[in-house]
Design a protein around this ligand. Sequence first.
Ligand SMILES: *[C@@H]1O[C@H](CO)[C@@H](O)[C@H](O)[C@H]1NC(C)=O
Ligand SMILES: *[C@@H]1O[C@H](CO)[C@@H](O)[C@H](O)[C@H]1NC(C)=O
Ligand SMILES: *[C@@H]1O[C@H](CO)[C@@H](O)[C@H](O)[C@H]1NC(C)=O
Ligand SMILES: *[C@@H]1O[C@H](CO)[C@@H](O)[C@H](O)[C@H]1NC(C)=O
Length: 415
Amino acid sequence: MLKQIVYIYLISLSAVCYCLENGLARTPPMGWLSWERFRCNTDCTNDPYNCISERLFQVMADLLVSEGYASAGYEYVNIDDCWLEKHRGPAGQLLSDHKRFPNGMKALSDYIHARGLKFGIYEDYGNYTCAGYPGIIGYEELDAHQFAAWNVDYVKLDGCYAQPYDMDRGYSEFGRYLNSTGKPMVYSCSWPVYQIYAGIQPNFSAIQSHCNLWRNYDDIQDSWASVENIIDYYGNNQDIIAPNAGPGHWNDPDMLIIGNFGLSYEQAKTQFAVWAILAAPLLMSVDLRTIRPEFKDILLNRKIIAVDQDPLGIQGRRIYKHKGIEIWSKPISPVYQIYYSYAIAFINRRTDGTPSDISVTLKELGLINSSGYRVEDLYENVDYGILYPHTKIKVKVNPSGVVMLKAETQYLKNV
Ligand SMILES: *[C@@H]1O[C@H](CO)[C@@H](O)[C@H](O)[C@H]1NC(C)=O
Ligand SMILES: *[C@@H]1O[C@H](CO)[C@@H](O)[C@H](O)[C@H]1NC(C)=O
Ligand SMILES: *[C@@H]1O[C@H](CO)[C@@H](O)[C@H](O)[C@H]1NC(C)=O
Ligand SMILES: *[C@@H]1O[C@H](CO)[C@@H](O)[C@H](O)[C@H]1NC(C)=O
């Protein structure tokens, strides 16, 4: 069936990268981010449990720990837009909303750190944040030092109300100010996406040298259509996008929406599998108080988290796409010479209401070492034992669902 696979995995072992080296994000960052699920809800009078407030972040921090997310690797508690007062203070300083964050940002940061977690904040390289709060332009150095003083570990810098032509200068300058504080902070940029919208070809070597991660494409929304658009964008543009990822510098396809309203169980599994193949940041945006157990189990699947967090940091690719069936593949460790292990995701984008069979030999997937591969299913916990390049494997993939395998090279075990 899959004779038409043309396997073109280009793993460049000698790529030179003048990348940001602040010691952070050696694997894709994992944590929780408010935006997709909680938006800019500032109405704490009528909706005290869901408004953007210190209470919301405290509760999510508590649940990250008590529900086992933190021990699975989710460590950042990240605020998005709408935490600020509408005006700066008398000395030009940023002020958190005094009603919704009555104890201020340092107290919230301390609360989060006291639970062994890390604290992330949001700002915008423009006159305003996307929701209309003060942006950093004109106050870059002051704001970088303010974040350091609050013991911030992660800064997401959005790009609303800014000039995309000016971002090469502005994003790199703010990165230097963050560095000059001496406080290590993960730097998440929206630099390429705003440039792409404006018809500018982003300079990814510059972006890699200043940012730990960056957004390339649209904000995720609570729907399967949105997840599919992102999957297609990353597949269709992988030759430009994928080579830019590596330890310390990642493409960010946006948050995980697993456990919200828009995705079925199958679709949620597909989002998690593809994000792991993409070596994407795993930032959950979900209400951890009410998430259903089957969705929680997806987010806590340690075998798939390990694919995402693989130390090689190679972003995977779509290697096959035909009639609604896609195969995505990511080289992972262990590796010997040119023989990698792989995570493979079989995706069914078809909508006919019955599972689709996909059969393929390991060789067609690029798994060519005759010492063989130990193959296991990462969602179903099925171990297929040692398979060889000529072995044909057959998987049944549910509509809008995924089968995810790991194939571990056996060479080292046989020497
Ligand atoms: C930001 O504000 C300045 C000063 O008012 C203005 O000159 C500039 O055009 C604004 N930039 C954008 C992108 O709106
Ligand atoms: C600042 O940059 C230098 C040089 O890349 C790096 O070694 C250092 O870790 C950075 N410090 C911080 C706080 O980011
Ligand atoms: C991209 O940025 C790098 C350094 O950050 C610079 O050397 C190079 O000239 C830039 N490329 C273009 C096409 O502007
Ligand atoms: C399998 O990998 C090992 C290690 O690189 C190599 O020596 C051996 O020749 C490979 N086998 C084949 C058939 O390529």
